[in-house]
Design a protein around this ligand. Sequence first.
Ligand SMILES: *Cc1c(COP(=O)(O)O)cnc(C)c1O
Length: 363
Amino acid sequence: MKPSLPRIEISLDKINENSRILSELYQKKGISLMGVSKAVLGEPSIINEMVQGGVKYIADSRIENIQKLKSVGIISQYVLMRTALSQAESVVELVNISLNTELETVKKLSYYANLKNKHHKIIIMVEMGDLREGILPSDLSFFIRQALNLPNIEIEGIGCNLACQRGIRPDVNNMTELSDLAIAIEKEFNISLNIVSGGNSANYEWYNSVSDVGRINNLRVGESILLGCETADRTNILGLNTQAFLLVGEVIENKTKPSMPYGTVCQNAFDDLPETVDRGLEKRAIVALGRQDCLVSGMKSVDGMEILGSSSDHIILNANEHDLQIGDEVKFSLNYGALLAAMTSPYVRKKYLNHESKFMKST
Ligand SMILES: *Cc1c(COP(=O)(O)O)cnc(C)c1O
């Protein structure tokens, strides 16, 4: 028999609702959404809810995820957000649009598109200060001139990514700069850009603070849909569900013990600091969940129990205010890092709640 714990419970109706609310919100100022599927490993039942909820595109960094989604028949416009030279052939085969920053790679895409008699669309990513992917704004004109000469390549638009690497905030300055670049490029080459993709879940506050979004007409949004928050300050977005994902573990020990360790001190398994505050005796519960299942620092007990410590297979909770029994289930909400880890751990079962979907396959 397969154990049912630990498991991640996924409320499909909440993901559907978040997708719908965000799609409608951003549409008010003419911004379409790419639903980003990478944090949930392109799980078809989850991504299906994004599509049903109204996102116009599905975007992922990993082509394997897109391949999986297409193979089970989820219909959308697929966007690859991280393009590698070595994958050029499958990129042309599998996705409609790819994000690019290297001419060498675009040339390879052109080669295969030509060979397969296909047209491949690219979005050129521009550096706006966060120092991850992007060509320098001063190189954009040259890049576009070269790309326009490549057979079977269509320039679908430009974009930028902020807040991921150095935590640079999307604001009026960088968004106006991107918008102005789009306008300048359209004028210089007499082309029209279909997509000007201004960023990700961190763009929410910028969006709300401006009445005119300029030429920005697209965002690529993962965390907001999945966890209901924006990501510049990690505040919850009003009206969105923040607990579409809950990690559930089982209580395997529950005892009153001293809060101070005793004996002489050496390193622990993870080389971090042991607890040092003496709170006298306390009720300490152990949950059969650990760092091999999740990023413990990104977990929060739904019932407000403090996490006192963790190792690879154990989490220790302060259960003073709780009457836990052996075998009880304890639930945790997750931040982005914890969601990523739980979805990726082979030990965590996935259980889908609240929606009938032909793609639903709990593990
Ligand atoms: C991951 C990623 C996103 C989505 O980010 P969220 O914070 O989850 O909205 C958007 N764009 C790019 C290029 C990404 O790699």
